[in-house]
Design a protein around this ligand. Structure first.
Ligand SMILES: Cc1ncc(C[n+]2csc(CCOP(=O)(O)OP(=O)(O)O)c2C)c(N)n1
Length: 375
């Protein structure tokens, strides 16, 4: 279905606000919203739970119903405000959900999406949210019928969800985001890995950062055993790194994070600052966007991660914009006690031929844990 017609249908439900966290399945939707909706009508909060809460606020403040979009991975983040805020047994706040369906049963997808895909529809059923699946066969007539069903649920002050399969929506116009930085993210990752010592451990974040780190480590060293790839669980790489650092105080632990991921659970930075792990270095590759799923802006472009970390109590912070500055910061960081935060401003974009880890998630875990044990 053409995205324009899909959005027009939602507008006909008298919904003007679109709030969500980007997703690759929903890229045509995200492109369209960025190109055609005003900022006032389209917001990208830091996580899917925050999106539900913002939509609840719009409703409480104006009676306007919002459309909240997310990848199905984000349902976990949204679960708490759905079950304990907007559900009809609590404040009965109507909301329309658009859920990008990764890990659709019987379709090939990455390991982190398989189980989430299996539980997507059962989870909606448990939450008592009626839903309809949109796929490439859904025509305009069927969509209009489904919209009527959605409308009746919203009138009852309930929620309704469209679960959207890959390839169901299309948009000819692509949104091209620029951020003014020229240091390529993959080159930054290469610079970081070039300084790797045999005892170092790396926790890399969700999306292309892990894929680039995997490829760069293999290219430089023929292996990646000192890397734990956080393929799912977006926003939690820093706490995984904190955990590894806390129980390996004689090893340097590096978290290679993204700005979208760091924002998603930014409270963890306060905890990390408080833990004062001398061996932890938190690197945030900041492109002001969710680049891995299509380059949508984060809506938090003014956040300085270096300044934030300093205020929170990280022991040392750096803000760098090129390979030399990053190499210098890494060399200095090795001599200092952490926690250290290095904010690296990077360009948008990635290689077209960027691969994916060939080993299973469990194999990655096993080789990482063997490296921790020095095997
Ligand atoms: C909870 C959750 N929401 C959304 C996604 C989809 N997703 C995967 S990577 C990504 C963007 C990551 O952005 P950032 O951390 O800034 O790294 P970048 O890709 O920009 O380098 C998103 C939104 C996800 N995996 N999990």
């Amino acid at each position: 279905m053409e995205i324009k017609n899909f959005i027009n249908g939602i507008h006909q439900l008298n919904i003007q606000h679109f709030i969500g966290v980007p997703d690759s399945v929903l890229k045509p939707l995200c492109d369209y919203l960025n190109l055609h909706e005003t900022d006032a009508h389209h917001r990208v909060p830091v996580n899917e739970g925050a999106a539900v809460a913002l939509a609840a606020g719009y409703y409480l403040g104006s009676e306007q119903i919002s459309c909240v979009y997310m990848q199905n991975s984000g349902m976990g983040n949204a679960l708490n405000p759905i079950a304990s805020l907007i559900h009809q047994k609590v404040y009965e706040i109507p909301m329309l959900f658009l859920i990008g369906y990764r890990g659709e049963p019987n379709q090939k997808d990455e390991p982190q999406h398989i189980f989430q895909g299996e539980i997507t529809c059962p989870l909606l059923e448990l939450l008592e949210i009626e839903y309809a699946i949109i796929d490439s066969d859904t025509d305009e007539k069927t969509y209009r019928e489904l919209l009527k069903k959605a409308q009746s649920k919203l009138q009852e002050k309930k929620q309704f969800a469209f679960v959207i399969k890959k390839g169901s929506l299309y948009n000819d116009q692509k949104f091209n985001q620029e951020n003014g930085f020229s240091f390529k993210r993959e080159d930054a990752i290469q610079t970081i890995l070039k300084q790797k010592q045999p005892s170092d451990l790396f926790i890399t974040t969700t999306g292309k950062i892990s894929r680039e780190a995997y490829e760069q480590s293999n290219a430089l060293y023929g292996e990646h055993k000192q890397l734990f790839l956080t393929v799912g669980s977006m926003g939690h790489a820093s706490m995984i790194a904190q955990g590894v650092a806390a129980v390996n105080t004689n090893r340097r632990v590096f978290c290679v994070d993204g700005d979208g991921a760091a924002l998603m659970h930014m409270g963890s930075m306060a905890f990390i600052a408080d833990m004062q792990s001398h061996n932890l270095c938190h690197i945030i590759l900041n492109n002001n966007a969710h680049e891995s799923v299509g380059g949508m802006p984060t809506n938090c472009q003014n956040t300085s991660f270096a300044e934030t970390a300093k205020v929170l109590g990280y022991a040392h912070v750096y803000h760098v914009e090129n390979a030399n500055e990053l190499s210098d910061a890494l060399a200095q960081a090795r001599e200092l006690n952490g926690p250290i935060l290095i904010e690296v401003m990077v360009a948008l974009g990635a290689r077209e031929d960027l691969g994916r880890p060939k080993e299973s998630a469990v194999m990655n875990k096993q080789s990482f844990m063997a490296a921790v044990k020095g095997e």
